[in-house]
Write a protein that binds this ligand. Structure first.
Ligand SMILES: NC(=O)c1ccc[n+]([C@@H]2O[C@H](COP(=O)([O-])OP(=O)(O)OC[C@H]3O[C@@H](n4cnc5c(N)ncnc54)[C@H](OP(=O)(O)O)[C@@H]3O)[C@@H](O)[C@H]2O)c1
Length: 322
């Protein structure tokens, strides 16, 4: 089968077409003939080496849509030919065929394969960050960094669907701020002027979603309302980690929490599944939508990575494979 992978860390050019055997599903797994693969910032960081060196040819891709082409032993509730969106904890999505745990292959009832291709990681993460880690409740106010990206644009809509009273965002450029308005933000600010712009309006928020890190993370603590929480779920800025004293959390009624789908999928797969199904039902009902802004061929995966790495992508970027 055709796939795209890398065997050395580096820039987008290390992604190259490879021919690999079609993988076989083991017990509790399904084989998917991939229609679309979502491209995610975590895959860019993986390629860059932030998560360590590759072990031989590594095929990235943590979410796909497609049809079930084979079932491993002990799989119930799925049948050959079913259209699914799947979260792939071990990657492998930039390929004609991919293996997924059956627990993380979600039927696409009323959702197109195209939308499904960018849903399983992105929507599950956005839902899990808000409902799980942030414990969002109706009436909360939310601030989302990287507001115009895949997870950010989904999180804005899911926050609203879960009853958030106000949803603010930050982005790097005025163009992205303009673009992000379509997701229902009350205001989208530039991160260069954060937190001064927000503080100037006297705004405090209950929840901050922070996949950026560094200075942005530190400043986020200062915009929390009493009992507010900053949820850490990425380090897109690739700045050094923070070293923070804990006593100020006590003195100022603040919380820091984290979300990691990989860890959650290993230790509490039913929670990941629950978040995925809840988010997909919001997509199927039209309460939220995915904004696919680019659809590239498998061979052009390096272009998608270039855009994500440069920070020029918006919404969701897909590879059209089948
Ligand atoms: N913890 C988890 O389980 C989990 C799961 C999925 C995704 N994530 C994280 O969620 C975040 C969003 O993922 P995504 O795939 O949807 O990506 P994305 O948001 O579509 O793209 C990455 C975003 O990072 C922001 N960014 C900040 N500093 C950057 C820099 N120096 N270079 C490039 N981009 C920078 C960009 O927004 P601006 O232009 O506004 O800065 C860009 O929108 C990522 O940090 C990812 O690692 C975490």
């Amino acid at each position: 089968m055709r796939a795209v992978g890398f065997d050395v860390n580096g820039g987008p050019e290390v992604l190259r077409p490879v021919e690999l055997p079609v993988p076989e599903p083991g017990p509790g797994q399904v084989l998917i003939r991939v229609a679309y693969a979502g491209v995610n910032y975590g895959e860019v960081q993986h390629r860059l080496g932030d998560f360590g060196p590759p072990d031989g040819i590594t095929v990235p891709g943590m979410e796909v849509s497609g049809e079930i082409a084979a079932l491993g032993d002990d799989v119930a509730g799925l049948a050959l030919g079913d259209h699914v969106a799947a979260y792939l904890p071990d990657g492998g999505g930039y390929a004609e065929y991919a293996v997924a745990p059956a627990d993380f292959a979600f039927p696409l009832d009323g959702i197109s394969l195209r939308d499904g291709g960018g849903a399983a990681l992105v929507l599950t993460t956005a839902y899990g960050v808000l409902a799980g880690a942030a414990r969002l409740t109706a009436g909360d106010s939310v601030l989302i960094h990287a507001a115009a990206g895949g997870v950010g644009s989904a999180a804005a809509q899911i926050a609203r669907a879960l009853g958030a009273a106000a949803v603010h965002g930050t982005v790097r450029t005025p163009e992205k701020a303009e673009y992000a308005k379509r997701f229902g933000y009350d205001a989208v600010l530039l991160r260069d002027t954060f937190p001064a712009d927000l503080a100037a309006t006297g705004t405090e928020v209950d929840v901050v979603l922070d996949p950026v890190g560094g200075r942005t993370r530190l400043a986020s603590l200062d915009v929390l309302a009493p009992f507010g929480r900053v949820v850490v779920y990425g380090d897109a800025a690739r700045e050094p980690d923070l070293s923070l004293p804990v006593l100020p959390l006590w003195k100022q009624n603040r919380s820091l929490s984290g979300y990691n789908i990989g860890d959650l999928g290993r230790r509490a797969p039913s929670v990941v599944r629950g978040h995925a199904l809840a988010a997909l039902s919001l997509l199927a009902s039209g309460a939220i939508r995915l904004d696919v802004t680019a659809e590239l061929s498998l061979a052009a995966a390096f272009q998608a990575h270039h855009a994500l790495e440069e920070g020029t992508s918006r919404g969701k970027v897909l590879l059209a494979i089948a």
